[in-house]
Design a protein around this ligand. Structure first.
Ligand code: NAI
Length: 487
């Protein structure tokens, strides 16, 4: 705590550098800046206490300061142990008008290279706002990326209802190390204060979720009738998933590979597991560098798309030993097994850009007899097999575009985060119009976000005549497509 502000970041002295990069990013984030101007007088988020769990990068700093400029009180953590940019975290704590000695910004609990215990400790800190009387109060909104903040509230409330946090045997291999840590975190928290999570859950008006994997979790909770508050699926705004997931990764995947290894990508065989939005951007980027791309897919529609883009479609088992680079993008688990890794080429590179680290069996790799790990530099590990050949694993199997590089660039994140801000305003100001279900933003708002970014890039939209609009059955001002249109 300094100057009444509590936080946990690597080094507040990095704030000046962070502020300079935030200033440059603001120019590249026209959507967020337009929302600041549009709502400057209304302050629609006044009274909102937003608990944010999303990669603490420079772009996220611009999002956070947009939320505060619209009146919100905000606390923040990263949603990944490696994705924080420490200068961005420092600048967010210091704020535009503070100093490292007297920070005036937002309580951030995030640094690059957290342990899992630290990660869940940080996530717990999200829920301790201070009201105007100095009392500790919970948030009334969550802004989530991958659903960890939402998960903690749901699990906490579930265990309070059942009366206990379940215990798991030490040798139970079906339970991940991370889930044990979540259970420990909640066990401590429930012992300290009973009823805490139930109270937090009932005060939350809604959550807005950033990514495919977090959205899956929300739909599962809603289907089971267990969702405790309304949710907006930001990921499936067209201006999010069809831009951030695809064009964002097209930029940041290569950035991560280059910063991690600097190997020439051209001429190499690259396997992309999964050809959804993230897989499409990954394959395009690798092919653009001259790699020969092989795609693995379970869905024939996506597989056919890959083939028509000129990529080979094959099973991982059949191509693993020919690949120089393997990237997982499925959002599914158990994609690359320890057996696969044994069969990879010497110094082949393995990385994941799906949300969680369960796509690659890191625990299985570490358990292999005679395996040795040599850290080349942070987030780049060489794993040497007993026969002497080795593979390079990036960011310990976690999001390598954020662990080895700095994630997606500002302009594409401006689209995603504009949807986030609009969704926060929507749920905060109209929460009584929403049930405990998962909703998407209306198309007219999607088109609004796109229009801002079209003009920022110098694009000039054609205007429909009234006659033309009637002929194709739309309004002159949009929406221009029916709900079922897929882009
Ligand atoms: P998506 O659902 O569009 O694509 C995933 C694809 O993987 C689907 O086509 C699916 O059929 C395929 N798939 C599933 N199981 C498979 C298997 N066993 N083998 C081969 N293919 C399989 O999802 P999207 O939007 O592409 O997201 C993928 C993951 O990336 C999610 O976890 C998402 O949260 C994350 N993400 C990561 C970003 C980053 O910056 N690294 C940015 C955006 C999303």
């Amino acid at each position: 705590t300094r100057g009444g502000l509590s936080f946990a970041v690597a080094d507040l002295e990095l704030a000046e550098f962070g502020r300079k990069e935030i200033r440059l990013a603001e120019h590249e984030m026209p959507g967020l800046m337009a929302l600041r101007r549009e709502y400057a007088d209304v302050l629609p988020l006044r009274g909102a206490r937003i608990a944010g769990s999303l990669h603490m990068t420079v772009q996220t700093a611009v999002l956070i300061e947009t939320l505060t400029s619209l009146g919100a009180d905000v606390r923040w953590v990263s949603c990944n142990i490696f994705s924080t940019q420490d200068h961005a975290a420092a600048a967010t704590v210091v704020g535009p008008h503070g100093t490292p000695e007297e920070p005036k910004g937002v309580p951030v609990f995030a640094w690059k290279g957290e342990t899992l215990e630290e990660y869940w400790w940080c996530t717990e800190q999200l829920f301790a706002f201070t009201d105007e009387n100095g009392e500790t109060v919970g948030p009334n909104m969550i802004l989530d990326d991958g659903g960890d903040a939402t998960l903690l509230v749901h699990k906490g409330a579930e265990f309070e209802k059942s009366g206990a946090v379940p215990t798991v045997a030490d040798d139970d291999q079906s339970v991940s190390e991370e889930y044990r840590i979540i259970l420990d975190t909640l066990r401590r928290s429930l012992a300290a204060e009973s009823g805490k999570w139930t109270a937090i859950a009932s005060a939350i008006l809604g959550v807005t979720e950033e990514t495919t994997t977090g959205v899956h979790r929300l739909y599962q909770l809603a289907a089971a009738g267990e969702l405790l508050f309304p949710a907006i699926n930001v990921n499936d705004s067209v201006t999010k998933s069809k831009f951030d997931n695809k064009y964002g990764i097209r930029h940041s995947l290569i950035d991560g590979l280059n910063r991690a290894t600097d190997v020439l990508i051209g001429g190499k065989v690259a396997v992309v597991c999964g050809y959804g939005d993230v897989g499409k951007g990954s394959a395009e980027a690798l092919a653009g560098q001259g790699a020969r791309v092989i795609v693995t897919e379970v869905d024939p529609i996506c597989a056919l798309q890959a083939l028509l883009e000129g990529h080979q479609v094959a099973r991982l088992d059949d191509v693993i030993s020919t690949a120089d680079i393997i990237i997982t993008t499925t959002g599914n688990k158990d994609i690359v097994t320890a057996e696969h890794m044994k069969r990879m080429k010497h110094q082949a590179i393995l990385g994941n850009v799906g949300h969680f680290d369960n796509e690659i069996d890191m625990a299985g790799l570490a358990r292999l007899e005679g395996i040795r790990r040599t850290t080349i530099k942070p987030q780049v590990d060489e794993w040497v097999f007993p026969d002497g050949h080795s593979i390079l694993v990036l960011s310990e199997g976690r999001l390598m575009n954020l662990g080895n590089a700095t994630g997606h660039p500002s302009f594409v994140m401006s689209n995603s985060f504009s949807n986030q801000v609009i969704a926060q305003i929507e749920l905060f100001t109209k929460h009584d119009e929403y049930d405990r279900e998962v909703y998407r933003l209306p198309k007219v708002l999607d088109e609004k976000v796109a229009a801002i970014h079209v003009s920022a890039l110098g694009g000039d939209l054609t205007k429909l005549s009234k006659d033309q609009a009637e002929y194709i059955g739309v309004d002159v001002e949009g929406p221009f497509k029916p709900e079922h249109y897929r882009y």
